[in-house]
Design a binder for this molecule. Sequence first.
Ligand SMILES: NC(=O)c1ccc[n+]([C@@H]2O[C@H](COP(=O)([O-])OP(=O)(O)OC[C@H]3O[C@@H](n4cnc5c(N)ncnc54)[C@H](OP(=O)(O)O)[C@@H]3O)[C@@H](O)[C@H]2O)c1
Length: 350
Amino acid sequence: MKPRIEAGVLGATGMVGQQFVEFLQGHPWFELAWLGASDRSAGKKYAEAAPWRLAGAMPDSAAGLTVEECKPGAAPRLLFSAMDAAVATEIERAFAAAGHIVVSNSRNHRMEPDVPLVVPEVNAEHLQLLTEQRRRRGWRGRIVTNPNCSTVVLAMSLAPLRPFGIRRVVATTLQAISGAGYPGVASLDITANVIPFIAGEEEKMQQETQKILGALAGNRVEPLAACVSAHCNRVPVLNGHTVTVSVELEGRPGVEEVRAAFEGFSGVPQQRRLPSAPARPVVYMAEADRPQPQRDAARDRGMTVFVGRLRECAVLTHKYVALGHNTIRGAAGAAVLNAELLHSEGLLGS
Ligand SMILES: NC(=O)c1ccc[n+]([C@@H]2O[C@H](COP(=O)([O-])OP(=O)(O)OC[C@H]3O[C@@H](n4cnc5c(N)ncnc54)[C@H](OP(=O)(O)O)[C@@H]3O)[C@@H](O)[C@H]2O)c1
């Protein structure tokens, strides 16, 4: 058996950091060897620094590790980042400059033109931006990002429709509470209620979707020309972001053709059998009342996007529902799949 590649987590004590710790348990390629957080946590054992917020017990292999400060030095070359957005820009850059491969879940670098924003099934070829990143920044390492947790659901559901020509998209989210981190939204605000505002979320969904579905043109990405309009809502659901989508498809395909496109969709992670790749990235559910977050979001290790209720739209051309697990496909699982893609491209090096 080949030795596993050592990996660390920046922001390991937070909600997403804990998801990384959990998701990396038993990973066949990557071994969790280093945990970083703020100076409030540095020097403590992980068990002491990070009150465990996920179901089940904290993994023993992480509990005894000492949390380090997020400064380049002794950390492994491969680092997953779940840093607080308020500090991620400078810290991620410092690690990249020092030669680390930073696979980040934070929003800070996603829209920078030389930083790949990758969903491996959708735009694996955008990793070519790394050549431009190295040329412009002079870093010995790299930064690669994954999208916001609701964007990934929308982008994965739209990707199979690209051959029909996507012209306009209206997407309305019903976003789980866990997407707001811990302690998140106050219980008095979210219990039996809907909050029709999530700061910055609509802009992220619109811009990130256009970048992910955009075409690589030399050393940059030409964003998808389609208009994307998002409405974002927080709802009293624990895990799983639901997105209802209306889309105008230029080719005006029949409903059965669109359904066949969802069902036939596959990508590089499936071809290369990457360890965290779901068997099918998009699964169409024929039942009239599915997908549902409580029943479906966590299936297939939380890495699949479920689509259903495809029908004609009287305003655009088609409409459907999509669902994905926000802290797995929308956070830790997405970044681990990106690292697997990098490794399969030979980009993790030695
Ligand atoms: N929650 C989600 O579902 C979700 C989904 C997608 C993306 N995201 C993004 O993922 C990132 C993390 O989110 P989260 O909800 O996990 O946040 P969080 O629970 O607040 O955790 C933030 C982490 O950053 C560390 N940190 C804070 N200040 C630091 C500093 N000066 N130096 C080093 N480390 C520092 C914290 O360490 P201490 O414990 O020591 O303070 C903690 O480990 C954010 O950028 C967020 O936007 C979150």
